[in-house]
Design a protein. Sequence first.
Length: 148
Amino acid sequence: MEKFMKYIGQIWRCANIYRAEMYEKLDIGPYQDSYILCICNNPGISQEEISKKLYVHKSSVARQLPSLEEKGFVTRMPDARDKRILLVFPTEKALSAITEIRRIHEEWNNMITGGLSENEKEIFCSVCSKIAEKSRNTVGNKLREDNR
């Protein structure tokens, strides 16, 4: 079991290499797809909520959003109720990129699970889902302890 994270890391890094190449035509990087999907699925989301939903540090959100804004994928505007909060909205460019992003994700998933039976894929997804849930709970508990 000690190699579990090694394998997860390798899969993640290989996926990033693949997506970086595939995303060149969209003018996004492999880390920006999750931001675009999150914002498109939650128009008007705050930067803090993006951080929570994607499990990334607030500073990462603060670095990625100006780049996405410059490239025309998002717009940010102050919340009418609290000017300190920036709300993020997808542009038409982001909304039109979703189909291609999802296609690239599906293509990658199909390539790396090729040769697995449907049963093996279901078991793999089930195990990953359980580990992801445990990870989210662990991080959530840790954050609550740190904020006491």
